[in-house]
Design a protein around this ligand. Structure first.
Ligand code: CP
Ligand code: NVA
Length: 349
């Protein structure tokens, strides 16, 4: 055993960027899930873990955020680093300065960069030209700092991942759906995407998941048949019907109304209550206490969108635990890729 460690004392994550689930091997993803849970334990027990002492972190946001921003800021501080938030109107990125030039400047001053925005090519460009680790805090295509905390939440609830079935209901080709499809296929969870045909995930994302599934044994089902899709689920997951940057409310409300997560749908799983949870990346439209919620009620007459208030407030719901886990998972990603940690590669086999 000792031999295994000799000569392998490098941190295999050191200097790496996390731009999508495809930035990691399945073993690396499982490592980050467990490391996130470990960091949560340290935080809860007030055990210091200042792995990024003296580092500077740039947080670039083209889109709004509550959880991702708060997670990066509080994690950076607890790791001993200094975060600097740069909103869309604060810097020149995209307007007066190219991704390449911005990346070269930020990389010369900061030790790590988070990016939330529209194009996947922007986060890839930042990684290519900055020379420091870059973390994708959500693009139109992927949301990897969501899925690691999501799978932490699943593991906390069930004690394991392999063999469980996660069913994603709703817009099957958005960032969260893409990330869950691929992440579950990596860790051996069965993944069902239940969505109207018009919103099926792209061939590219399905092909990645299918390739992973050949190794992990995960089963993949993409269907518009709700009864078939939810049967046997352990996790029912949904996300907003209209993602940031999109505007097609009427079309989506009409298409996705039948895919709403309500109590009837939870019962259709046929799964015993203690083997079934509900997850949502948040924010969620489960009532009319938001301007969008009010607007949709006025125009289309529905008070709840992707999930009913009843399910959202039920014992199935783990969305707030999931939201808190964003912080611990994001902390794991930053610490592993930027901290000088001993993460022996033996742990990743
Ligand atoms: N789930 C998520 O990314 O939340 P925010 O948009 O609040 O960051
Ligand atoms: N699909 C959603 C996720 C929000 C966390 C969006 O992009 O708006």
């Amino acid at each position: 055993m000792v031999q295994e460690f000799l000569g392998k004392e490098e941190n295999v994550f050191q200097g790496r960027s996390i731009l999508a689930e495809t930035s990691m091997t399945p073993a690396e993803m499982e490592y980050l899930i467990d490391f996130g849970l470990h960091l949560k334990y340290l935080r809860k027990h007030n055990i210091p873990h200042r792995y990024l002492e003296g580092k500077n972190i740039a947080l670039l946001f083209e889109k709004g955020s509550t959880r991702t921003r708060s997670s990066f800021v509080t994690s950076a501080v607890e790791l001993g680093a200094h975060p600097d938030y740069m909103g869309v109107n604060d810097i020149h990125l995209g307007n007066k300065e190219s991704v390449e030039d911005t990346a070269r400047i930020l990389g010369s001053m900061f030790d790590g960069i988070e990016f939330r925005g529209f194009k996947q090519s922007t986060v890839e460009g930042l990684a290519k030209f900055s020379g420091v680790p870059v973390w994708n805090g959500l693009t139109d295509e992927w949301h990897p700092t969501q899925t690691i905390p999501d799978l932490m939440t699943v593991k906390e609830n069930f004690g394991h991942l392999k063999g469980l079935t996660l069913t994603y209901m709703g817009d099957g080709r958005n960032n969260v759906a893409n990330s869950l499809l691929v992440a579950c296929s990596m860790v051996g969870m069965n993944v069902h995407i239940v969505t109207p045909k018009e919103l099926n995930p792209s061939e590219k994302h399905v092909a990645i998941a299918k390739k992973n599934a050949e190794v992990s044994g995960s089963e993949i089902l993409i269907t518009d048949d709700i009864d078939k899709g939810v049967k046997g689920s352990n996790v029912i997951y949904t996300d907003v019907w209209v993602s940031m940057g999109e505007k097609n409310w009427e079309e989506r409300v009409n298409l996705l109304k039948p895919y709403q997560v309500n109590m009837e749908l939870m019962k259709k799983t046929g799964t015993p209550d203690d083997q079934l949870i509900f997850l949502h990346c948040l924010p969620a439209f489960h009532d009319t206490n938001t301007t969008y919620g009010e607007d949709v009620y006025e125009k289309y007459g529905i008070k709840e969108m992707e999930v009913t208030d009843e399910v959202f407030r039920s014992d199935y719901c783990r969305a707030f635990e999931e939201g808190e886990n964003r912080k611990h998972g994001i902390k794991a990603i930053m610490a592993a890729t930027l901290g000088n940690l001993f993460i022996p590669s033996v742990a990743l086999h």
